[in-house]
Design a protein around this ligand. Structure first.
Ligand code: CA
Length: 702
């Protein structure tokens, strides 16, 4: 008997060792695993689902015949009600998701149990540097670590098993209004990160850091800087040779120039290149930015860089000399398509400007550009020989105002488009928006402190009859990228798409509907939807644990896509959350948000001149977070018609001017606004609070 004890002990030890060996190391994603992501659909190891960025899964346990049985598997509430745009990753049963305010969670992907959480403790007053809410679109997992960017410009590496910080580096100049909202891209022991701030004073760049140490490897500036200096970076040569001759005057480098890469950083392993989507100019208005002339490279472009060195390879500029906030930072899909009988290595791209582009990714040559909006006023098409848009007269608003369709909200923004190789179709949300552009009547002056530098006229009211929002509904479309033809289109509003082999397209339907929906991929028929309840704009993903397929999406408010597109019906703020579905899921979703508090009204006599002055100041300082009352409250910040501070002039001043709520992200504006402007804003908001139209939007369906 005695002799057997050690043997039993040894066997137990071997069993334990075996179990430990079977359980993979946390975050065990390497280059080989990313390359074969498409053939491993139980996991979602990279942003985009695979390196092609297809947002496609070959899982079909959930399919068009049984999707009606989809029910909640689990939910996990975050601790912030700001907008959730994160695409989670799932690696070996662990979900890694980022949230608003740049926090990270590791959750058990089958149960939602929290494994760890990391909070980078963003100083809340830095939130004003984010144009379109303090969002984060996701992390990268690589060799046992989790990498993500923060609203205040840091890039952080965490231990994937414990959530403990391995290193952190400040990637942006802290004295300028940069932010990071996009997911980093990790390949071959480098983590590549861009930044945002093109509405303020940023000069865009992307940087590659060593994943092990956080040490900078290379940096590529996306627009030229001060001509008297050099950056001593890999971008110096192409900027001076190609880009500098396309810029004029000195405003651009003093104001920043823009071109920020705040979203798409795409790796193309076949050609070992990185494709960067670049942003709009700073200021928006080219008349002030570059004396109204020049292509202004590399704004609004797809830029191909050598994946190892960051060296320039080619670019394709979608909007030469852009002047409408038509950035090209939208996510990309790479594929090999048979076009005119020949296989072509392509990148597919739908930027804000209303075209869907197919570009040869070996050389940046345009293959096709298909109009995907119903209303387009700025161009009549794209010249396939030159690759340049055919702009319509007056579109640059040099002399008179111009009603731009699509508007700066974009025909397509950061939301994922998906590609099902079986149907050969690309699926994406399309917004029908517009905006009235007027050249600023006073010379452009770049300002700091979170004020948008666009070079447009804000000091005189828009013509109330001017079309700022058209009635064409937003939609979900399926496009054939080979034929350049929209195959189907259905009304929908909201988020990124997921395509699956179950013949399904999954999409969150924004703020107004607050649900997750499933459409049939072949014809767009709505097969299923479930009220979440919250706005849903993030990209859904799918994965499998223990033989069960799950569909997951981060839910919470609306972000930039619906910022100017109507957010009626939104309830009181409620926590963002991860919501996960499975067939026959029986978990109980949290209750609907509380109704909104009442509008605050008083009986003061409001001077008309003050209300108008307040409206102009409101547009300047408040609108991007608080929306445009009384018609369109924002899904980002509180509806201030309902604020208790509205009726108390001293409290109002303390908040609006002195920053009494800066710890919550509401900065004080006294360095820019005058006390008279602040009080006029109060009059304007009080006037809006008395507007009878508010009765139709208070509370709402949820
Ligand atoms: Ca922009």
């Amino acid at each position: 008997m005695k002799a057997r004890i050690p043997l039993v002990g040894l066997a137990a030890c071997l069993l334990l060792l075996g179990a430990a060996a079977d359980r993979p190391r946390a975050g065990a994603v390497d280059d080989a695993r990313m390359l074969r992501a498409a053939s491993d659909p139980t996991n979602w190891v990279v942003n985009g689902g695979d390196l092609e960025g297809r947002h496609y899964s070959s899982l079909d346990q959930i399919n068009e015949t049984n999707v009606s049985r989809l029910g909640p598997a689990w939910t996990f509430d975050f601790d912030t009600w700001r907008t959730q745009e994160s695409e989670p990753l799932v690696v070996d049963g662990v979900m890694y998701v980022t949230t608003a305010w740049s926090k990270v969670y590791a959750l058990d992907a089958a149960t939602g149990k929290q494994l760890w959480a990391f909070d980078p403790a963003i100083p809340k007053e830095r939130g004003v540097n984010a144009c379109c809410d303090v969002v984060n679109r996701g992390a990268a997992v690589y060799k046992g670590r989790v990498y993500f960017g923060t609203i205040d410009g840091r890039l952080i590496a965490l231990d994937a098993r414990t959530g403990k910080q391995a290193w952190s580096v400040q990637t942006t100049p802290p004295d300028r209004a940069y932010s990071i909202t996009g997911a980093p891209r990790v390949i071959k022991d480098k983590v590549i990160i861009g930044n945002g701030g093109g509405e303020f004073d940023a000069r865009g760049f992307v940087t590659a850091y060593d994943t092990a140490t956080g040490k900078k490897v290379w940096r590529f500036y996306l627009v030229p800087g001060d001509p008297a200096k050099r950056d001593h970076e890999v971008s110096d040569e192409p900027l001076e040779r190609l880009a500098r001759p396309t810029w004029f005057g000195d405003t651009y480098y003093k104001a920043g120039g823009g071109g920020t890469a705040w979203n798409a950083i795409h790796y193309d392993p076949e050609l070992d290149q990185i494709l960067i989507g670049t942003g709009n100019g700073t200021p928006w208005n080219q008349f002030y930015r570059s004396q109204g002339k020049g292509d202004n490279l590399f704004l609004c472009s797809i830029l191909a860089l050598d994946a190892n060195t960051g060296k320039y390879r080619w670019h394709y500029q979608e909007n030469p000399g852009e002047t409408w906030d038509y950035n090209a930072t939208q996510p990309m899909i790479t594929a090999t398509l048979t076009i005119d009988g020949k296989p072509r290595k392509v990148v597919m791209h739908a930027p804000k400007n209303g075209f869907f582009y197919v570009v040869d990714r070996t050389n940046g040559k345009l293959i096709s550009a298909t109009k995907i909006v119903e209303a387009m006023t700025w161009a009549s098409g794209v010249d396939l020989a030159t690759g340049r848009p055919i702009e319509k007269p007056g579109a640059r608003y040099e002399k008179t105002s111009f009603a731009l369709y699509p508007g700066p909200a974009g025909a397509h923004n950061w939301h994922a488009m998906s590609y099902n190789p079986a149907t050969g179709l690309v699926y994406l949300p399309v917004g029908e928006s517009s905006y009235m552009f007027q050249n600023a009547s006073t010379p452009f002056v770049s300002r700091k402190g979170g004020v948008i530098n666009d070079g447009l006229e804000h000091k005189k009211p828009m013509d109330p009859a001017a079309p700022t929002q058209i009635s064409v509904p937003d939609k979900l479309i399926a496009i054939d990228p080979v034929a350049g033809r929209i195959v189907w289109s259905v009304p929908s509003q909201g988020g990124g798409t997921l395509a699956t082999a179950g013949n399904l397209i999954i999409q969150g339907r924004g703020v107004a509907l607050g649900d997750l929906a499933a459409f049939r991929a072949t014809d767009g028929k709505l097969l299923w939807s479930r009220h979440v309840p919250n706005g849903v704009v993030a990209n859904p993903i799918t994965y499998m644990v223990g033989g069960t397929q799950y569909i997951a999406v981060a839910a919470g408010r609306g972000g930039s896509s619906t910022q100017f597109a109507g957010a009626n019906g939104i309830g009181a703020p409620s926590f963002g959350r991860m919501v996960v579905f499975r067939l026959d899921g029986k978990a109980v979703l949290p209750p609907d948000p509380q109704p909104l508090p009442p509008v605050q009204r008083d009986n003061r006599v409001l001077a008309r001149a003050s209300v108008i002055k307040g409206q102009l100041a409101y547009v300047e300082y408040c609108i991007r977070c608080h929306g445009a009352p009384p018609v369109r409250p924002s899904p980002i910040g509180p509806d201030i018609r309902r604020s208790q501070f509205l009726l108390d002039p001293d409290a109002w001043k303390a908040v609006v001017m002195e920053g009494a709520l800066s710890h919550q992200g509401m900065v004080g504006w006294k360095s820019l606004a005058t006390p008279e402007e602040a009080e006029a804003i109060r009059d304007y908001v009080q006037d809006a609070a008395r507007d009878t139209r508010q009765a139709t939007v208070s509370g709402g369906p949820h």
